[in-house]
Design a protein around this ligand. Structure first.
Ligand code: FAD
Length: 336
């Protein structure tokens, strides 16, 4: 039996695991992660896409670090449910693992808005190292990309695509800048900067349809225009990846509901990073976090509190803004 199980090996999960081991060296700590690879710097994925950094530079923590710090890493394994009464997790290969303490740090997955789900098979998203490999393979065969959505990642990806000589169409509408609030002035500014760099910007139009013409050509209908492109990248932000917890007894809304100490209210079970929805006593409401810096700080806090600490998440009211009724704090903004 592992004393502590951490689900997820992103910045929140890995920081939680290393903190647990550091503060309680005699304990056994196991990270379970769906990915085959280690914890990667997500913000460097666009750079890897354009080929300016190597695979090695992409990874934040080497396998040797886990070994030398005594943290057991189980890669390529998914948790499919959590039993909060028995303190057990069930893995996809039917193994049951008991725990004394659990940190859930499963992060987010690319969000596709409901009306676009019918086109899902034709849309490319970018979250993991593996997604980037899929993009690279496709880009070796196509010359143009249509970007829809326009979250913060999409600007970095657009820059990478231009750097490798691809033609980019960019659909800029009210979904742009997610999770930041759409702003008309910012939209105009970004639109003209994209155009200066040779991007074809499509503003104010509705996405009406998408069809595959051949393996490497798609036809998109946007407003009254038709655009032929090699691939379509969907960038609508990240949503917590917590469907597998629906029957667990944990309280779930947009994310896993936790108090200001990151406790789920179940003994020894904490949630942290992008998948947590955290109570703010002054706002009398929950907020979610997006961004690597926040994720690391929250991972550390979850570990400290799991070990008996009583440290509150500190988030000033002014750093939190409302997007479609969800209070969001992001440690993340990038220049384009
Ligand atoms: C392309 C891209 C660029 C970004 N750029 C920036 C940036 O410049 N600055 C910034 O601050 N933020 C950036 N972000 C956001 C940042 O990466 C996230 O906010 C951060 O990674 C969240 O950390 P996390 O540990 O909460 O979750 P994640 O990093 O999402 O990690 C979740 C982990 O959980 C695992 N997992 C999920 N479900 C299961 C399961 N059921 N069983 C087992 N394992 C599971 C996953 O395999 C993964 O290891 C970027 C994100 C992307 C995708």
């Amino acid at each position: 039996m592992s004393d502590f199980i951490v689900i997820g090996n992103g910045p929140a999960g890995s920081r939680a695991a290393f903190t647990l081991k550091e503060k309680e060296p005699g304990s056994s700590v196991t990270i379970i992660t769906r990915e085959i690879e280690g914890c990667c710097h997500s913000h460097l994925l666009p750079k890897f896409l354009e080929g300016t950094i190597t695979e090695n530079e992409l990874f934040e923590i080497s396998y040797d670090d886990y070994i030398s710090k005594g943290v057991k890493l189980r890669t390529g394994q998914s948790v499919v449910s959590v039993d909060v009464k028995k303190n057990e997790v069930l893995l996809d290969h039917k193994e049951v693992l008991p725990f004394k303490g659990l940190v859930i740090a499963v992060g987010g997955k690319p969000r596709i808005p409901e009306p676009l789900l019918i086109f899902k098979d034709l849309l490319f998203t970018l979250k993991s190292f593996n997604d980037t490999k899929v993009w690279k393979e496709k880009l070796s065969r196509v010359d143009s990309v249509l970007i829809i959505g326009g979250d913060l990642t999409s600007f970095a990806v657009t820059k990478a695509l231009l750097n490798i000589g691809k033609k980019v169409y960019f659909m800029l509408n009210e979904d742009a800048f997610w999770p930041l609030r759409f702003d008309k002035t910012l939209c105009e500014k970004v639109s003209s900067r994209l155009e200066e760099r040779g991007v074809t910007v499509l503003t104010g139009s509705k996405f009406k349809g998408l069809a595959a013409v051949s393996e490497d050509v798609c036809r998109a209908r946007i407003g009254d225009q038709e655009i032929e492109t090699g691939m379509v990248g969907a960038f609508f932000g990240l949503a917590p990846d917590i469907k597998f917890l629906a029957r667990s007894g944990l309280q779930i809304d947009r994310g896993i509901l936790v108090d200001e100490y990151l406790s789920t209210g179940h003994n020894g079970i904490y949630a942290t990073g992008d998948c947590a929805q955290i109570y703010h006593p002054e706002l009398h409401d929950y907020w979610v976090s997006i961004g690597t810096k926040n994720a690391k700080a929250l991972g550390e806090l979850a570990a400290i509190n799991l070990l008996g600490g009583m440290e509150k998440t500190e988030m000033s009211k002014t750093k939190i803004f409302d997007v479609d009724g969800v209070k969001i704090n992001t440690s993340w903004w990038m220049d384009y």
